[in-house]
Design a protein around this ligand. Sequence first.
Ligand SMILES: *Cc1c(COP(=O)(O)O)cnc(C)c1O
Length: 372
Amino acid sequence: MPNKFIPIAQPDLSGNEKKYLLDCLESTWISSKGKYIDKFEKGFADFIGSKYAVTTSNGTTALHLALAGLGIGTGDGVILPDLTFIASANAVRYVGATPVFSDIEENSWNIDPERIEEKININTKAIMAVDLYGHPADMEKIMAIAKRHHLLVIEDAAEAHGAEIKIGGSWKKVGSIGNAGCFSFYANKIITTGEGGMVTTDDEKLAQRLRIYRDHGQTPGKRYYHEVVGFNYRLTNLQAAIGCAQLERIGKFLKKKKQIASWYDRYLQGIRGLKLYREKSYMHSITWLYSLLVVPPFPLNRNELMVVLQKKGIETRPFFYPLHNLPLYKTGGKYPQAKKISQSGLSLPSGVSLTEKDIKYISGIIRITTEL
Ligand SMILES: *Cc1c(COP(=O)(O)O)cnc(C)c1O
C-alpha cells in the first residue's frame, strides 16, 4: 500500500473564505481598499490585545515597515537571535542597519536574555525577539534589558499568533509587548491570507507612520505629496477577506495545535535521544510546528531520520542554519547553542487537519527506528 503523503502544514480554508472572496469579486473591491482590510485590522488588534494593527503584503514587509517606522537606519545595530528565519535579519539590512546575532537558550531555542547585554554597544538601537516555532521569547526579561539600555523592541511573532507570556503577573499575547509586533499570514502559518502580514502596536503615532510608509510615503490628506521614501506594502481586500474568515476560527486552530502537541508528547514519550520542548510555567506556547531535538543515544542523526520519514511520505523540516554562519552574514563569535540546536532540530507535520491516527503513525515510525 503506498504511503499517504503527510505535509508539514496545510491551511484549512473551509470556513467563510470562499463566501467573503466572492463578495469582493462581486463588489469589484479587489485592490487595497475595501471593508475587509479594516475589519481584519480591527479584529486582529482585538485578538492580540494591541490598540492598532496595520496590514502589510507579507511578514517580511511587516518587519521592514516596523523597523522603518521606528526610525531604525544606517549605523544602527539590532540584536536578534542567531537561530531564526532569514527574513528577521534581512529586514534589518533593508533599513541599512546591522543585524547583531545573539546566542539562544538551550531549552526554549529562543534568544537567551542572559547573553543580550554583552552584545549591546553605543550603536545598539533595538532588540528583535523571535518566538520560534510558536514558543514565546522571554519577553519580561527582554523588556527589562531594553528599558535599562533605552532600546526599542520589535517582536517577530510571525510564527506565534496567540502565544502568551506572563508579564508583571498578567498574561499578554506576543506582539502586544514590544514597541511593534510583526506577523506573517503565509499559507503554513497559524492563519493565512496566502501572502500577508501585520504590524501591531499601542503607539498611535507609529501606527500612523506605518500607514504612510506602507502607501508610498504619501502625506495624509495630500495626494501625490511625499515627504519620505515609502513603499507599496499593502494587503489586498481579497487577502483580507480570507484573513477575516481565518480569524473567525483562530481559536479552533490554536486548540487543534495544542491537541496535536499533546498527542506527539504522548506517543513520543520515553524515546531515548529525543529532546522534546518543555514549556516554562509562565508561557503558553502555541506550538506552530511541533519540533524536537534528535541527539545521542538516538541511533540516527537528524538528517538520517528525515530521510527515513521522507521515504514514508512524511514531510519534515530541519531547523534553520545559524545566521552567523551563512555566507551572507558570516561573522565571528561563538554561538554554541545555536550551532548545536540547529544541527539536531527537526519539525514534524503539524497541520490542523491531522488526526490522532496520523500522529500515532508518525510517532510509531520514529519509535521503530530505535528498535531496529
Ligand atoms: C514566516 C516568517 C517570516 C516572514 O514572513 P513572510 O510572510 O513569509 O514574509 C519572518 N520571520 C519568521 C520567524 C517567520 O517564520
